[in-house]
Design a protein around this ligand. Structure first.
Ligand code: F0G
Length: 353
């Protein structure tokens, strides 16, 4: 049967009523992909939740379909968010479907190209500030207090409701929760949502609870370092956040599940990013690779046990950030003239490159 999107498929778990507009871009139902080569290499049973397969290429669609539907239901005419890129792409897409205005505030020069392209094409009103995500979030939170524009960052509880469905899908696909859930952490909404989802499903169906292992980027590791970072920096621009809004909830998820919030370096992120692509044919954006980098780190320390069943969340599609792909790859195309013999000589390795 055709997948009808999250609001319809999970309506009994979501704040959906007869007045809720059933928006859908057929988000959700994303692959839970077993990674055979890496499982063997790392001596664990590894799957990835490939949320880059969502309609706008990230997990944000899960939360945004819910948040925009509730905004529309309440009679709001406009939504707004601060974003490192993916939230704004998803907000702009669902606002377009719902015929609402969408205002986004982004940190100038720190948005991956694909994400900016999406916001532009979907018709968002884009404000690019000389500050970072944390500054932008502060601004839209202030504006939300003075205007009827609905804030759709993950401080909006409907975002968390929508995003918790990913945990349901994982339990349904595996028959139970995994031993470990490995997930990147930026503003800490998604780890909060997953923990809520696993907890609710367990209460209803006895599916068990995973250890929640969340990974910040080292240059933006506010939670791990237990201090606000005024100038966060990382190659993983999606999680370039120094004062996560759901900080406490992330700590709580880790504590309650006997997991941990940890960090990974940019080098570890880029290594994991390439490893995923080259060993498994899976292209995820750099922030997503923090989940793979993190589990490698904690396998080495023994915090994650060999033989564990691990699900790593791949939050965004690799095509979102083409520049990082090109910049971190040592391999460049070999430029050749349009001459068959020359091309074939190169292809057969007869010419040293
Ligand atoms: N991975 C990707 C690809 C993201 O875009 C984000 C957050 C995260 C992980 C972290 O999720 O914030 O819930 O802990 N992106 C937000 C945005 C901040 O604006 O697109 P989180």
């Amino acid at each position: 049967m055709m997948w009808r999107g999250l609001l319809e498929e999970y309506k009994s778990y979501l704040p959906v009523n007869e007045k809720t507009p059933m928006l859908s871009l057929q988000e959700g139902n994303t692959p839970l992909l077993p990674l055979k080569n890496l499982s063997e290499k790392l001596d664990i049973d590894l799957h990835v939740k490939y949320d880059g397969a969502n309609p706008t290429g990230s997990f944000k669609d899960r939360g945004m379909v819910m948040a925009v539907a509730k905004a529309k239901e309440a009679g709001s005419e406009a939504i707004m968010c601060a974003s490192t890129g993916n939230t704004s792409a998803a907000a702009a897409a669902y606002a377009a479907q719902a015929n609402m205005r969408c205002l986004i505030v982004i940190p100038e020069g720190k948005i991956a190209m694909g994400k900016l392209a999406q916001a532009v094409v979907y018709g968002a009103e884009i404000f690019s500030i000389e500050g970072n995500f944390d500054n932008a979030l502060q601004m839209v939170r202030s504006l939300a207090e003075q205007s009827p524009i609905t804030l759709v960052n993950s401080v909006n509880p409907y975002r968390i409701e929508g995003q918790k469905t990913a945990a349901f899908e994982i339990c349904d696909a595996l028959g139970a929760a995994p031993d470990v859930l490995s997930i990147p952490v930026g503003n800490a909404g998604n780890i909060t949502a997953y923990w809520k989802g696993f907890s609710e499903y367990h209460a209803e169906k006895g599916t068990g609870l995973p250890q929640m292992r969340g990974f910040e980027a080292e240059g933006a590791a506010a939670i791990v370092k237990n201090k606000v970072i005024d100038s966060p920096e990382t190659v993983a621009t999606a999680i370039r956040i120094g004062n996560p809004a759901s900080w406490d909830k992330a700590v709580k998820a880790a504590e309650e599940s006997a997991g941990k919030i940890d960090y990974v370096t940019d080098e570890e992120i880029v290594d994991a990013y390439k490893l995923l692509a080259r060993e498994e044919g899976v292209f995820a954006e750099p922030a997503s690779a923090a989940s793979i980098a993190g589990l490698r780190k904690q396998l080495a320390t023994g915090e994650i046990k060999k033989g564990s069943r691990v699900v790593a969340v791949l939050t965004g599609n690799g095509l979102k950030d083409p520049n990082t792909a090109i910049d971190t790859a040592p391999v460049k195309p070999v430029a050749l003239p349009n001459e068959e013999s020359v091309v074939i000589d190169h292809m057969l390795g007869r010419v040293k490159q």
